[in-house]
Design a protein around this ligand. Structure first.
Ligand code: MG
Length: 167
């Protein structure tokens, strides 16, 4: 008799936004993007990795990034957000899950992000130990509308799918 392996699936979504700030590097998906301004935040303000963490935590129903890595904690001042992703990935793996795929959308009027899409994909794939074809990084403007359209900051949305087999 052929063994049947039951698969379980979980989906998670994460959303984040940060305002532009002077004298900060702009970090998105773990890479530095040349731009006159960075993003305001307690950590490195990598809005894409924050949304990714929240998507992973959402799939696990384990709360949000602010609960796990509070912005009142001096340990996280200017912290590399890759460390948050690694810590959340440890929670994913401890529970027997693995990431099936991830889809990130950056919402920014400026800077133009298409030249950095592939480096951002590669960085996320490396962080999550995924093959490149399981990692999507997209960018859109809002056609000049809203806070991103007014170039006040950058927003990001991430969706992840987790998979686990019961044997
Ligand atoms: Mg954030």
């Amino acid at each position: 008799m052929k063994a049947v392996t039951a698969m379980e699936w979980r989906v998670g979504i994460g959303v984040d936004a940060h305002r532009f700030a002077d004298n900060r590097p702009l970090k998105l998906c773990g890479i530095i993007i040349p731009h006159p301004q960075g993003l305001h935040g307690h950590s490195d303000a990598d809005v894409a990795l924050h949304a990714l963490c929240d998507a992973l935590l959402g799939a696990l129903a384990l709360g949000d990034i602010g609960q796990h890595f509070p912005d009142t904690d001096p340990r996280y001042k200017d912290a590399d957000s890759a460390q948050f992703v690694r810590a959340v990935m440890a929670m994913v793996q401890e529970r027997g899950w693995r990431v099936s795929n991830v889809d990130i959308t950056l919402i920014a009027q400026t800077p133009k992000l298409s030249p950095y899409r592939e480096p951002m994909r590669r960085q996320v794939a490396e962080l999550l130990e995924l093959s490149l074809d399981a990692v999507s990084v997209k960018a859109t403007t809002t056609d000049g509308m809203g806070f991103t359209g007014r170039k006040e900051g950058i927003a990001a949305i991430a969706v992840v799918m987790l998979v686990r087999s019961d044997r």
